[in-house]
Design a protein around this ligand. Structure first.
Ligand SMILES: [Mg+2]
Length: 247
């Protein structure tokens, strides 16, 4: 029996989660363990300073008052009796490209699944002015997940899948992680007493258009699939760092 654990970072009520659940239901038995509210940009944080509540909302549907990583930890250790065939996270409402990956709760949930030895995929969808059109995202997720179920993934490796708006050419690019930083993303706001506060978020992305990157693939309207490795070591630098720095 193929069991697929599904989570996200936008929370259990996100339409993206419902769409991913519908897509995965054609491939296996789905089990949802998702945060009870929006946890975007919480990265891989684990809740260790308070107990967590796992609330059942129906057959194979739970929320947790914690982070996406908490959800995967509890899903694998307390909800499922056996490791799932697949852990999927998404559809995030907005892409996770380049530097976004460091902040993303969506991707971090897939990282947690990978750390626990399960094939894991993060799915993110780009917003279009027509709203969230999940049809193409669902079709893409089914195609990618089916292939991972069939072939597995190398150790310590997850897939970060981004689906463009419009999907004009409906093609896929296998990409590397690019760079995408944000400009003007700190809003200065004042409270009712006139004190200044700073609100991080928003702004405009500054993308590098390195060919072959996730950022450029999406800008060109392609689905981007990046294999992400858990090892952050700069292996190219390792040898000269060891031999020449005298540390
Ligand atoms: Mg999100």
């Amino acid at each position: 029996m193929t069991t697929i654990l599904i989570t996200n970072d936008d929370g259990i009520h996100s339409p993206g989660l419902a769409a991913l659940e519908a897509a995965m239901a054609t491939l296996g038995n789905t089990v949802i363990v998702a945060p009870d509210r929006d946890n975007s940009a919480v990265s891989h944080s684990l809740t260790i300073n308070r107990p967590l509540k796992l609330t059942r909302h129906g057959v194979a549907r739970y929320d947790v008052n914690g982070t996406p990583a908490d959800c995967v930890v509890l899903g694998l250790s307390k909800v499922l009796r056996e490791p799932p065939a697949l852990v999927v996270s998404g559809f995030n409402l907005g892409p996770n490209l380049g530097d976004d990956i460091a902040y993303s709760g969506t991707v971090s949930a897939a990282v947690e699944g990978t750390m626990k030895g399960c094939p894991s995929i993060a799915f993110s969808t780009e917003y279009s002015t027509d709203g969230w059109d999940f049809d193409f995202s669902m079709e893409t997720a089914r195609r990618v997940a089916a292939r991972v179920l069939e072939r597995g993934l190398p150790g310590n490796t997850l897939l970060n899948v981004n689906i463009p708006k419009g999907h004009v050419n409906r093609e896929t690019r296998i990409t590397c992680q690019g760079r995408r930083q944000w400009e003007g993303d700190i809003l200065e706001v004042s409270d009712p007493r006139g004190r200044i506060h700073y609100w991080i978020g928003g702004g405009s992305p500054i993308s590098d258009r390195t060919s072959g990157s996730d950022v450029s693939a999406l800008e060109e309207g392609f689905v981007s699939i990046t294999p992400i490795h858990l090892d952050h070591t700069n292996h190219e630098f390792l040898r000269s760092f060891r031999e020449q720095w005298g540390l």
